[in-house]
Structures are given as C-alpha cells and as structure tokens.
Ligand binder design. Structure first.
Ligand SMILES: C[S@@+](CC[C@H](N)C(=O)[O-])C[C@H]1O[C@@H](n2cnc3c(N)ncnc32)[C@H](O)[C@@H]1O
Length: 352
C-alpha cells in the first residue's frame, strides 16, 4: 500500500532523514511521524530513489508499511487537495509533480483542459507546500541565449526572487531573469564530489553559480564561472558573497568563446551545462582543458534511447578534437519533454 509507506530509522538519524525527505519532495505531509522506542517512523510518498538519498550514506533504514496517524485536513498530494474544486472527470489529468525553489512552487506543465482552473491549482499548490509563498506556471519553453523560461504567477505574492538551499549552500535566484532548476541538484552534488583540492574548474555556462558555488564550498579549488547573461552573473556574485567558500570562484560576464583565451590549457574539469547546444562548444572546452588532459562534464538533450544517442553525438565531434578520450559515465538526468531527455556524460579527454 504506497499510501502507508514509512522509513524506519534510528532516533539518532531521524531528523537528518526527515529533512532529506522534505528536500526531495518524498515526505508525506498528510501523516504524523511516530517515535517508538529507539525507532522513528517517517511517512513517505514512495520508496526513495538513490538520488533522493544523497547525503544519507552510511545511515541504515528500512522501508516499511506502517499505519501512521493521519494529520486531519492535510492533503497528501495535489489531486487530493483539489477534490471538489475541479470536475471529477479531469482529476486524472492533474499533474503529479512540481518543483520547489526556495519559497516558490513551480508547475512545469498544465494540460489545456485544466487551464480554466489554474487559480484553484495555484492555491492548492500553496496549501500543499506551506513554506511556499508564490505559485508559478511555466507557460513556454526555456528559450533564447539566456535560457530563461516564461512563467506566469497563478497564486500568492507574485515574486520571482528567492533563496534556494542545496546541499548546504544558499543560492539567490530570480526565475524571471536567469535559469535555475532544482532538478539538477544531484548532478551538482555528483560533479562537485569529483573535484579534488588544488584543481582548476571552468564552469562554462555558470548561470547563478550552483555548480561553481557548491564545488568551492566543499573543496579548495579554483573555479572560473562564466555566463553571458548579466543578471545571472549579478546573482552569481551575490551568491559568492553569501556562502562560506573554501576555494575561490572567479566570475565573468562574457561569451565563453571570448573568455577561453584567458583560460587556455588550465582546466582539470570543464562543466558544460548548456544541453541545447553544448556540442557546438566542445572545441572551446578542448582549448580550455589542460594539455595533460582533464574531465569534461557535458549535458545534452537526446531523443529515444537517450544514452546511446547522446554518446554517439558526442563521439561524432570528439573524434576530431581529442587525441584520446574515454567516456566514464553516461547518465539520464531528467525527462524534458515526451520522448526527450537530458543526459550527462563525464569524459576523460586529452586534446590533440
Ligand atoms: C542551462 S543554463 C545553466 C546554468 C547553470 N549551470 C545551472 O545549472 O543552473 C545555461 C546558461 O548558459 C548561459 N550561456 C548561453 N550561451 C553562453 C555563452 N556563449 N557563453 C557563456 N554563457 C552562455 C546562459 O545565459 C545560461 O545562464
């Protein structure tokens, strides 16, 4: 019975696990936590996936079916929150997932038949996530050079700026001016964990700095953070000031192709998070990479059989640019549209 799932964890780690479940939208707010002897039962909506358990390594727990007391009047999900507010025949079309960025809740997509009910849906999202002050609806594709989405306020205060917490770092974002997605949180964690002390990183499409800031907060590394969007770089600069960093982040508002000359042969890691056109910049990444080689973390969009497809597209260009290269990881990050995925590749490469 998925509705009755809980995580049974020792008292000592219960708070840490509870926070991780909330952060990853796995926590079931409609049921109460229960402490029984040394064990604590934490209500969850589903059995957590590996990426939802990052940071909990070494903590043991069991996923169990356990009857926990319901919290009166607190709905479990959006469907339940909207009961009686929209026609019954449309309830199966209600989206099941949403994003939480700081205190802003974002709905990625609304089926056209639900458009007349968007205010009710916005109010329901705010009721479901009590920490949220504004509900936004994505109304168009992420487009243009700055990759900023079109968003509409559907409930609440109507703001776009907030502070988002991710793996211990604070990120100021303005969703109307610069790209930010909380769904890449695990990717940022994964990449940051691969950087060692003393290394140089070039974050070619840094945005407000989530990769750069996390890396420099965890490791004494030097990170060049480049973005062409002045609003993104202004926020990135604020984020550098707002976080305690072990390493240093050097921001620049520039087209990365122009900035590359200054960073030639310097990087141990190059991060290429511009999945729509990243392959067009692979020659720039090669220029930036150290002569003895380094690791490229590249993101791409790919259709069906996304891992095979992304690897093939990468090889098509990499064969001409690199003397040697080895694909270390291929990973599907998220679905971005029907039959379209974002894929991550980590590649150890050495230029010709
Ligand atoms: C998909 S966003 C990624 C932002 C960030 N890495 C993150 O994870 O939130 C891509 C970013 O690349 C920037 N960009 C696009 N073309 C660029 C270029 N030629 N040089 C530098 N930055 C560029 C955009 O302004 C945008 O902020």
């Amino acid at each position: 019975m998925p509705g009755e799932l809980s995580l049974k964890v020792g008292r000592k780690h219960a708070e840490e696990v509870r926070r991780a479940m909330i952060r990853n939208c796995v926590y079931d707010r409609s049921r109460k936590i229960l402490a029984e002897g040394e064990a604590v039962f934490i209500p969850v909506l589903h059995s957590p996936k590996p990426e939802e358990l990052v940071g909990l390594e070494g903590i043991s727990f069991d996923v169990v079916n356990y009857q926990l007391e319901a919290i009166e009047g607190h709905p479990k999900d959006l469907q339940e929150t909207l009961k009686g507010k929209i026609p019954q025949e449309l309830s199966s079309t209600i989206p099941r997932s949403y994003d939480l960025v700081g205190d802003i809740v974002i709905l990625e997509f609304l089926p056209p038949e639900l458009a007349p009910y968007k205010r009710e849906i916005g109010d329901a999202l705010l009721r479901l996530t009590p920490s949220a002050k504004t509900a936004l609806l994505k109304t168009g594709k992420v487009e243009g050079e700055y990759r900023v989405p079109q968003l509409e306020v559907i409930a609440g205060e109507g703001k776009f700026e907030t502070i988002h917490m991710e793996y211990g770092v604070r990120l100021k974002v303005d969703l109307s001016k610069a790209y930010f997605s909380p769904r890449l949180g695990f990717e940022r964690y994964r990449v940051s964990a691969s950087v060692s002390e003393g290394e140089t990183v070039v974050d070619m499409f840094a945005g407000v700095g989530p990769f750069s800031i996390l890396i420099a907060s965890k490791t004494k590394a030097r990170v060049f953070a480049i973005d062409i969007n002045p609003d993104a770089v202004r926020l990135l600069q604020e984020n550098i000031r707002m976080n305690r960093l072990q390493g240093e982040v050097l921001p620049a508002c520039e087209d990365v192709r122009k900035a590359a000359g200054r960073m030639r042969d310097t990087a141990d890691h190059v991060i290429m998070n511009l999945p729509s056109t990243s392959l067009e910049f692979l020659d720039t990444a090669a220029e930036i990479l150290k002569k003895e080689g380094g690791i490229i973390h590249i993101y791409m969009f790919a259709p069906e059989e996304p891992m095979t497809c992304a690897e093939k597209s990468f090889r098509g260009i990499a064969d001409k640019l690199f003397g040697q290269y080895e694909i270390l990881t291929v990973r599907v990050v998220k679905a971005v549209a029907p039959k379209r995925w974002q894929v991550a590749l980590d590649v150890r490469a050495r230029k010709k």
